[in-house]
Design a binder for this molecule. Structure first.
Ligand code: NAG
Ligand code: NAG
Ligand code: NAG
Length: 181
């Protein structure tokens, strides 16, 4: 064995030695903070994960799963907000059509997040990433539906919810990055 490959093997065992404990250790508050520091939205990450008590005993993958669940609740809430509350504020046919379309997009985002749970369970992290990126992209499809009709203003409340869901997805991607695939 050449010394280069020996060094390579040694580095691999070194990496594994330090990587595994990170994956297996129970997620106390400190572990949650450490994990969230690696994501783009620390506060959102910590407060979301802490809102679910099972995060206290979760490993890195478990935290990703919990965050996906939070994303699903969020996207579902926005989908129903669009098809009920917001829909009831207008009689405009075009606006109704676009709101219905948007509601569908947010429910597809929920579906994509749901699909990522199976990927995570099978440790298919590349597929999990793909599904979460799709979930983060569906709000754009809603925004684009508004842009198609120049007379329709994009309601600030949808913009707020769009940003919220995208940030949740971003946090999930950050946590999945830590899984070392
Ligand atoms: C906490 O997260 C788990 C895993 O996603 C989920 O099954 C459970 O419903 C969540 N609990 C609450 C209170 O949301
Ligand atoms: C929509 O139309 C109904 C029936 O004409 C009317 O009662 C209602 O106030 C209208 N709603 C809005 C938000 O304009
Ligand atoms: C989810 O959606 C609601 C409504 O838009 C929002 O207020 C909230 O901050 C979002 N994020 C989380 C993590 O629940």
């Amino acid at each position: 064995m050449g010394s280069t490959s020996l060094i390579f093997l040694l580095s691999l065992s070194f990496l594994h030695f330090f990587h595994q404990p990170l994956l297996l250790v129970a997620a106390d508050a400190d572990f949650i903070r450490k994990t969230c520091k690696k994501t783009d939205y620390y506060d959102l990450c910590v407060s979301s994960l802490k809102s679910n008590s099972t995060s206290a005993n979760a490993d890195t993958k478990g935290l990703a799963v919990i965050m996906v669940g939070i994303g699903m609740v969020n996207a579902t809430a926005t989908s129903s907000y669009l098809s009920t509350q917001l829909l009831s504020t207008t009689n405009d046919t075009l606006m109704k059509k676009v709101l219905k379309e948007c509601s569908d997009k947010y429910s597809y985002a929920t579906d994509a997040l749901h699909a990522s749970l199976q990927d995570l369970a099978m440790e298919s992290y590349d597929y999990a990433n793909m599904h979460i990126m799709a979930a983060a992209d569906y709000p754009n499809a809603c925004h684009n539906a508004f842009k198609r009709y120049s007379g329709l203003a994009y309601p600030p409340e949808i913009a707020r919810r769009e940003e919220g869901l995208k940030r949740i997805c971003d946090v999930v991607l950050g946590i999945i990055d830590l899984l070392g695939w």
